[in-house]
Design a protein around this ligand. Structure first.
Ligand code: DX5
Ligand code: ZN
Length: 221
């Protein structure tokens, strides 16, 4: 197993003071910045793009930025996000006509690449691309909004993917996104995840440090 990573989703951050809010969450112990890109087409919501990613880098954020593309089509945004300082770029396979090509495109721009599975997206998309993946991201809510409830069926799906990764012997991260809280993060880790996105649970709490350290306690239990 790879070391656990906690990735606050800045979808729930204070956009009026984004740079300092990210500073605070990293100082509180977060490992990775999760950056949700929504296009009002693939998902019914509209968020932020490469300009904001670049602004965060220029502000001085050096932590890895995990760009979760909820967009269709995908490819035209890949070079822009790579240039803007993305570290990881993940996309939903059904939103790309040529999945293998998109994965190659991401890697050719020097970023880590991953596929994202909605709660009802079949895992068969993994069949011929496992060796090209750095990350597999399982959505535990339907994408588009923060603050939704964790869908419990994700736990079985996580266990299935954990087995697949272990059998492959490849160093692929297993990330989970949606409805992650202090109360369920322990069970999610037991099911096999090693990277945890949490938006509202962290940014809506009064004390980021306390919330993140409570999450780490659950992970250590
Ligand atoms: C949902 C986004 C998530 C979201 C998570 O489409 O991909 O990253 O911000 O937010 P919470 O943790 O509040 O469910
Ligand atoms: Zn996300």
């Amino acid at each position: 197993m790879l070391p656990y990573l906690i990735a606050p989703s800045i979808l729930s951050a204070d956009f009026a003071r984004l740079g300092s809010d990210i500073d605070s969450v990293l100082a509180a112990g977060a490992d990775v910045v999760h950056f949700d890109v929504m296009d009002n087409h693939y998902v019914p919501n509209l968020t932020i793009g490469p300009m904001v990613c670049k602004a965060i880098r220029n502000y001085g954020i050096t932590a890895p930025i995990d760009v979760h593309l909820m967009v269709e089509p995908v490819d035209s945004l890949v070079p822009q996000f790579a240039e803007a300082g993305a570290s990881i770029i993940t996309f939903h396979p059904e939103a790309s006509r040529h999945i293998d090509r998109t994965l190659q495109l991401i890697k050719s721009h020097g970023c880590q690449a991953g596929l994202v599975f909605n709660p009802a997206t079949p895992l068969s998309y993994l069949d011929h691309v496992l060796d090209k993946l750095d990350v597999i991201l399982l959505m535990s809510v339907n994408p588009g909004f923060g603050g939704q409830k964790f869908i419990p069926a994700t736990l079985d799906k996580l266990a299935q993917v954990r087995q697949l990764i272990d059998d492959s012997g490849l160093p692929i991260r297993l990330e989970v996104d949606g409805g992650v809280t202090v109360d369920n993060i322990g069970d999610i880790a037991k099911a096999g995840a090693d990277m945890f996105v949490a938006g509202s649970a962290i940014f809506s709490s009064d004390d980021y440090q306390q919330t993140i350290s409570m999450m780490r306690q659950q992970l250590a239990a």
